[in-house]
Design a protein around this ligand. Structure first.
Ligand code: ZN
Length: 440
């Protein structure tokens, strides 16, 4: 059954490679990479020496677990250029994390790295049925953030037309989308939702917009939010994953089967570990994703602890690609809230909210500890049709939502309904959690 041949695959050699051949290639690249960083980056030389690991010890892929991990703190301490493995003259582009939670992490790219990145995002765009014919409405921010440029490099690599919108100026976004007949939207899922809501509000005719797909990432989102975006915009919504420390968006992307995100395994080696014991976990087991850049020259990163919680799936995908997939990221160990001793991910609360008709994806979680016990309040916006002036109706609705959330996370919450559009909107990343507890 070759029905998968109907799928557009950007690089069939790389994306449909047999497992044995692929693992042989990954081992050779991994050996080369650890040797390069050992010789060129003092940080890795010291780290490997301290751990008693020598590049010659890497004889099979099973030996990978002898190599020490790299953490975000390691990358921060190397600020700005301490982990570059090439001369600064060979770096052609630099990106950086925002640094909102500490010293930023800088990522440097050689021309070859930019080509690799473009190849990965071109594969992503092809998964969304994009190609030379596509007009890509790129509303990821352009700048030090990797979103805008990452998609841009891929669009150009495949000869598509990129419309470099960046985020902001919503009225203009909508007008351009209509006038230029953009067909693929790329941005954060929360901004896609904002654009979708604005389309409705501004009275745009759904027929006048010709989007057929969206590639959304850079923040966590849920299956319910996907359904909501797909129906509001009339698109297929693809999840894309990546991080500045590794390269940017395009490390993994969902094909049309929407059953996990295919990792570009000829460039990135993925493992799942137990975040407490640091032992490797089996396929299908949930844990922390660890990534190694197999081909990057400018700033190779070895066994980077992403803090993203997911699982690997290796069974064959109906699209024909053989690459290993990660499941939708269900939490970040940094985002994880411990409330009354229970682990809670904001994404669980979002999923519960979106199952109730008349609610929007706009919510905010407030955690406090007024006395000795944690309290959690969830503020949720209703849609204009549902919002009521009748106190009794509102209270009833709030109780119903609280019950739904409680069954999702296992602890009781207070729910407050707020007026449509009264919570702060974000045009970049959404701030969903306000934790007012004092842990001193
Ligand atoms: Zn697939």
């Amino acid at each position: 059954m070759n029905h998968w041949r109907n799928y557009m695959i950007w690089n069939e050699n790389a994306e449909c490679m047999g497992r044995e051949e692929k693992e042989e290639m990954q081992l050779a690249l991994f050996q080369q990479q650890v040797k390069r960083v050992y010789e060129n980056v003092p940080f890795y030389k010291k780290k490997f020496d301290d751990a008693g690991f020598h590049p010659d010890d890497l004889k099979t892929l099973e030996d990978v677990n002898k190599i020490p991990f790299t953490t975000k703190d390691d990358l921060r301490q190397a600020y700005p250029f301490g982990l570059f493995a090439v001369s600064e003259d060979d770096i052609v582009e630099i990106h950086s994390t925002s640094g909102t939670t500490g010293t930023p992490v800088v990522s440097g790219y050689t021309q070859k790295d930019i080509d690799i990145w473009g190849e990965c995002t071109a594969r992503a765009i092809a998964m969304a049925d994009g190609g030379k014919h596509s007009k890509i409405h790129n509303s990821y921010g352009y700048g030090l953030f990797t979103g805008g440029f990452g998609i841009d490099h891929g669009a150009k690599a495949m000869g598509a037309t990129v419309i470099p919108m960046s985020s902001g100026n919503t009225a203009r976004q909508l007008k351009i989308m209509e006038d230029f007949q953009s067909d693929i939207l790329t941005c954060t899922p929360s901004y896609a939702m904002y654009l979708a809501e604005s389309l409705e509000k501004e009275g745009f005719d759904a027929e006048s917009i010709s989007l057929h797909a969206g590639i959304f990432g850079a923040e966590m989102w849920t299956e319910e939010m996907r359904q909501s975006l797909e129906s509001k915009l009339g698109i297929t919504a693809h999840n894309i994953y990546g991080l500045t420390e590794i390269i940017g968006p395009g490390v993994a992307t969902e094909c049309k089967e929407q059953c996990g995100l295919h990792i570009q395994e000829d460039h990135f080696f993925a493992e799942i570990i137990d975040p407490k014991t640091l032992e490797n976990l089996e396929d299908g087991e949930t844990g922390e994703l660890v990534l190694t850049t197999l081909t990057r020259e400018g700033m190779p990163v070895i066994r980077f602890r992403t803090k993203d919680v997911t699982a690997l799936r290796r069974e064959k995908c109906d699209c024909g690609r053989t690459t290993v997939r990660i499941e939708r990221i269900t939490g970040r160990s940094d985002d994880m809230l411990k409330i009354k001793g229970v682990m809670v991910y904001p994404s669980q609360i979002e999923a519960a909210i979106l199952q109730i008709e008349g609610l929007t994806a706009n919510y905010q979680i407030h955690v406090s500890r007024p006395k000795t016990l944690d309290e959690i309040e969830v503020k949720v916006e209703t849609s204009p049709e549902v919002f009521s002036d009748e106190m009794k109706k509102i209270e009833e609705f709030e109780r119903r939502i609280a019950k739904k959330i409680q069954s999702a996370i296992g602890i009781s919450v207070d729910v407050t309904l707020v007026e449509p559009e009264s919570l702060p909107r974000s045009e970049g990343k959404a701030i969903r959690v306000i934790d007012e507890r004092n842990f001193d």
